[in-house]
Ligand binder design. Structure first.
Ligand SMILES: [Fe+2]
Length: 374
């Protein structure tokens, strides 16, 4: 027997979900009807603005774990699973296997990085899901046993998503150059940074494949910018608010390019949760916030920069030939100690895919039953 557990209001329905009562707007309910999605293309084929009158429920009930809505003004019935409505009521969106909480990490994390062999990632959905999941949760993973070839890196990247280009093209090589376009291509220490903040959308997931490393020095430096930002929020909420609210300018320019973009130093999602950071003092432009605002912004920025240098956050390790460090460029801050150029060879080959592609891959794998957990 149908139970009447949905109450009509002027603008929507109050539904007695097993998790508690929740309100759903009429437009949203009509637009969420499964019939709006074409079975073949799986794209939306419904124009809510084309309805003769605003959507309004004539009757609604709960029946067999579904909300059933009969619409006035059109001969149409919508059935929505209560599980979907519960997810929307609890999280604001439909269930998303890729919406995994971040696992913040600190300076002792290097031994705990997820480690997967390149061949396993290419061959096994489960290994690929474990890599994708580690990149979503930890923002970093180490792929081992890389073939010593350009193709070996491309195969790894495309297992997660298509290569995305930057000013440097699809790939870049981090080694000594006679006329470097970037401090990375020298033997100097490379301060902690995220890549390409001068682009409108800085690249998402970065791969650095170590092809050779026989030099003295040059240890890699990595930290979890989200962990630092969360710590900063606790000790310095006013400073946190300034850095999370006001975008500042970055650039990337040389003979043939002149990128300029604004980014917030602390990045949050639409629900206000910290997702990462953008830091690059060597690609930071003159800050163009109002001068009076700089009276508080700059001291807060300096406090955050000093926190980023605290040892408790920093992993220092040597990247070895045959390893590829993979990390979320919007969250993980990286750098390098100086090295002795005459002591050997150091060559990292890098490229990117985007975060949307990573999450897409993870969702597809999760739908096949490979969630990469455990
Ligand atoms: Fe970099």
């Amino acid at each position: 027997m149908a139970l009447t557990l949905a109450e009509l209001t002027e603008t929507g329905l109050r539904v007695a979900l097993p998790t508690g009562p929740a309100y759903f707007n009429h437009y949203w309910l009509r637009d969420a009807c499964p019939s709006t999605i074409d079975a073949q293309t799986r794209e939306r084929v419904f124009d809510i603005a084309g309805l003769a009158q605003p959507p309004r429920a004539r009757a609604a009930r709960i029946e067999a774990a579904e909300l059933v809505v009969e619409w006035s003004g059109e001969n149409h019935v919508t059935r929505l699973p209560l599980a979907l409505l519960e997810s929307v009521a609890m999280t604001g969106h439909a269930p998303d296997p890729a919406a995994l909480p971040q696992r913040l990490w600190y300076g002792d994390h290097y031994p705990h990085f997820a480690r997967l062999a390149q061949a396993d990632v290419l061959r096994s959905d489960d290994a690929r899901a474990r890599l994708a999941r580690a990149l979503i949760e930890d923002g970093i993973a180490l792929v081992t046993d890389m073939p010593d070839s350009d193709e070996g890196l491309d195969a790894l990247v495309t297992a997660l998503g298509p290569l995305t280009a930057t000013a440097e093209g699809l790939h870049f090589d981090v080694r000594l150059e006679i006329a470097p376009t970037n401090l990375a291509f020298t033997a100097r220490a490379l301060e902690m940074h995220t890549d390409m903040p001068g682009e409108d959308a800085a690249p998402g997931i970065q791969f650095l494949h170590c092809r050779a490393n026989t030099v003295d020095g040059g240890r890699s430096l990595f930290l979890d910018g989200a962990a630092v930002a969360e710590a900063f929020a606790k000790t310095d909420p006013e400073g946190f608010a300034l850095l999370a609210e006001h975008p500042i300018p970055f650039f990337y320019r040389h003979d043939d390019w002149d990128y300029r973009g604004h980014q917030r130093v602390i990045e949050r999602d639409s629900r206000g949760r910290v997702t990462g950071v953008t830091i690059s003092q060597h690609l930071q432009d003159m800050i163009d916030l109002p001068q009076q605002l700089l009276d508080t912004y700059y001291p807060a920025f300096c406090r955050f920069l000093r926190m980023l240098q605290e040892d408790r956050f920093l992993c220092r390790f040597r990247l070895n030939a045959g390893e590829c460090i993979v990390f979320d460029n919007h969250r993980i801050v990286h750098g390098r100690e100086a090295y002795s150029a005459e002591s050997g060879t150091r060559h990292l080959r890098g490229c990117y895919t985007d975060r949307g592609a990573l999450r897409s891959t993870y969702r597809v794998l999760a739908a096949r039953g490979c969630d990469g957990a455990g």
